[in-house]
Design a protein around this ligand. Structure first.
Ligand SMILES: *[C@@H]1O[C@H](CO)[C@@H](O)[C@H](O)[C@H]1NC(C)=O
Ligand SMILES: *[C@@H]1O[C@H](CO)[C@@H](O)[C@H](O)[C@H]1NC(C)=O
Length: 366
């Protein structure tokens, strides 16, 4: 008898520990990610597309030292945000491992190559466009509901942090993809920005409809200063003014729709990150941030290592932490950490209207 009861009490201690672990896991804030290659954690590995990062040296500094589909030498922007939340990295929506308790962590719906517009990235063939990413989010919520019930699923989604990164490809892989592109013949640059921003507003409103309540929206980075732009367009190593102008038009227009949506919904749902400014800090003064260069990519070939893809045959720098850019378009893990640090705690120069620590604290108190 005594034996049985001590066995039972051991069991109840064990199950209490297990139960409290489960409740801590479900209390941790979930994280959902939408967008393009800057935030794709590996969805494109499951697709027949040319936009992929599933071969070495991608992932060389990831904990496994293997390519994962992330467009980084190591962690990407969502991974660093997950660290700040105290969570494991989000799994790609298409990963077979995304099931059971893993659903509570959140999910990554992003797909390299996509943009705001459906015709952006068509050359990559089979990618998950933003409307399909949102549809996948709806389907994810049904799976979550069958696991934890509808009320708790809704609560988890409402409490979650959401990241959306779109827009760069609408310039680089659409408007400016080729001279006299269809979109550039259809629209002047300012009219094109007005058009894609009006489409972006619908996408953000749909995210709200689907339950998102704390949403980080990143503006476009310094598109004219990435190694690819320097290699293709610059004679003297200075940033391409036309692509920089595109960002100068896009980013303030993005802040404006975010302010409009927040007043329409009556609360601070969306906050815009000035990704351009957080990049420009280390582009303008790489040495101050511990980089040897912000012009030359670590992995690539041609001028600035900015031409073609990063492959096993490319030049590869020995110390990735000394480079602001990992490949022709994407920041290194080290740069990603600096960028996310501004998202979390940056001043109003970087974040409009609030930084993420403030956004999350606001939602704790409601
Ligand atoms: C993009 O495609 C989706 C699905 O076909 C459609 O619902 C949406 O309206 C399209 N967006 C634009 C801007 O044409
Ligand atoms: C950003 O975050 C820090 C706390 O980490 C806070 O002190 C600061 O006031 C915030 N800035 C803005 C603009 O919200």
């Amino acid at each position: 008898m005594a034996n049985t009861s001590s066995i039972i009490s051991i069991f109840s201690v064990v199950s209490l520990v297990i139960l409290s672990n489960i409740s801590t896991t479900s209390a941790a804030r979930a994280f959902f990610v939408f967008g393009d290659s800057l935030v794709d954690n590996g969805n494109n590995n499951y697709l027949a597309t040319t936009a992929r990062a599933d071969s070495p040296p991608y992932g060389i500094d990831y904990p496994t030292h293997r390519p994962t589909g992330r467009f980084s030498n190591g962690l990407n922007i969502p991974d660093v945000i997950s660290e700040h939340l105290g969570s494991e990295p989000t799994l790609p929506y298409l990963s077979p491992d995304l099931r059971g308790q893993k659903l509570l962590v959140g999910a990554n719906f992003a797909s390299a190559g996509i943009g705001i517009l459906n015709d952006t990235g068509i050359q990559f063939i089979n990618i998950i466009r933003i409307s399909q990413q949102l549809e996948n989010f709806r389907q994810y919520q049904q799976r979550l509901s069958s696991l934890v019930g509808e009320a708790q699923a809704k609560r988890l989604v409402n409490k979650a942090l959401v990241l959306i990164t779109l827009g760069g490809n609408d310039f680089v892989n659409n408007y400016y993809l080729v001279p006299y592109s269809a979109r550039s013949r259809q629209f002047s640059l300012p009219d094109y920005v007005t058009y894609i921003i009006s489409e972006y507003k619908k996408i953000l409103a749909r995210l709200y409809e689907l339950g998102a309540r704390q949403v980080l929206v990143t503006g476009t980075g310094p598109m004219g200063c990435v190694p690819a732009s320097l290699a293709e367009k610059s004679r003297d190593g200075s940033c391409d003014p036309e692509l920089q102008r595109a960002g100068d038009l896009f980013n303030p227009a993005l802040i404006q729709i975010i302010n409009e949506l927040n007043s329409q919904f009556g609360s601070t749902v969306f906050t815009a990150a000035n990704a351009r400014k957080s990049h420009m800090d280390f582009i303008a003064n790489p040495q101050a941030y511990g980089f040897v260069t912000s012009k030359v990519a670590c992995c690539g070939q041609g001028p600035y290592n900015g031409l073609g893809l990063c492959t096993v045959a490319s030049n590869l720098c020995p110390n990735r932490d000394l480079y602001a850019f990992w490949d022709a378009y994407h920041p290194s893990q080290k740069a990603n950490r600096m960028i996310v640090s501004q998202f979390m705690t940056g001043s109003n120069e970087y974040m409009n209207p609030v930084n993420i620590s403030t956004l999350l604290a606001m939602s704790e108190s409601t």
